[in-house]
Write a protein that binds this ligand. Sequence first.
Ligand code: RB5
Length: 148
Amino acid sequence: MKIGIGNDHTAVELKNEILKHLISRGFEVVNYGTDEVSSYNYALAGETVSNAVVKGDVDCGICICGTGIGISIACNKVNGIRACVCSEPFSAKLSKQHNNSNILCFGARVVGSELAKMIVDEWLDATYEGGRHAERVQTIMDIQDRNC
Ligand code: RB5
C-alpha cells in the first residue's frame, strides 16, 4: 500500500517519526509535506495529499498540522475525500470501519509520537465494514455532489 503524507511547519518532526514508522511497517510513503520549519500553509499540504488520493497516486493519506483541524478542513474541500481528525486510536479505527475515511489527520501540538503511531496503526489495520454504513457514507457523498 502507498501512503501520501502531508504536514505544515508545526509537524515536521512528527511527520518524520511517522514516516520512519510507516517505512518500518513495509509501506511505501510519498512525502508531500514541508521539511522546513518556516511557516507553511497547512491548507496547501492538505490539498496536495487529497489530490494524490483522489487521482489514485496513493491509496490513502495522513495529514498533520498543529491541531489536525485546519488541514482536515482543507482536505474535505476536495471532492471524494473523507478526512477525519483523530486524537486517539478508537476514533481512528471507527473512522475507517464506519466512515470509510481515506485521510487520517491529527495534531502535532495535540498528540505525542507514540500515541500518533498507535492512532496510525489502528487506522491502517482497520477495514471499512460497508453494510449498514454504506448508505450513510453514500449520503455524505451525495451531499457533496448536491452542493458543489
Ligand atoms: C499553525 O500555527 C496552526 O494554525 C496550524 O498548524 C493548525 O493548527 C491549523 O489548524
